[in-house]
Ligand binder design. Structure first.
Ligand SMILES: [Zn+2]
Length: 122
């Protein structure tokens, strides 16, 4: 199913989730267009996240994560910060890691606020 096709029918395309990329100068850039995205660092929203955990997948139509975004496309491209594992040790207290399938079909841990998960999955 092509994203262009979806837009013709008036549907919001889901957020495209990509790995964070840096250029030669170690600046975070969009993996699709190369635009610097460093200033966008912060909380990001992922529409229709492709979550691996079935309980989480049923609970979330959208997911809050931490990372970067590029808004120069017909759809949002979000690049979550690497969470490492389910405890998201690299991040501050209150964030946890969940497994999410990225646009390249690889599954990686992305940071989400711990409260979001505990409130939705009991
Ligand atoms: Zn871009």
């Amino acid at each position: 199913m092509s994203r262009t096709g979806l837009q013709e029918f008036g549907c919001m395309p889901p957020t495209v989730v990509r790995e964070p990329t840096r250029d030669r100068d170690k600046v975070h850039v969009c993996p699709s267009c190369g635009h610097p995205v460093g200033k966008s660092k912060g909380s990001q929203r992922i529409e229709k996240p492709d979550l691996v955990h079935v309980v989480l997948a049923a609970a979330f139509d959208e997911l809050i994560t931490f990372g970067w975004r590029c808004d120069r496309h017909p759809y949002d491209i979000v690049m979550p910060m690497r969470a490492g594992g389910s405890e998201a040790r690299a991040l501050v207290d209150g964030w946890t890691g969940v497994e999410l399938r990225f646009a390249d079909e690889h599954v990686r841990y992305v940071p989400v606020p711990e409260r979001e998960v505990t409130e939705n999955v009991e």
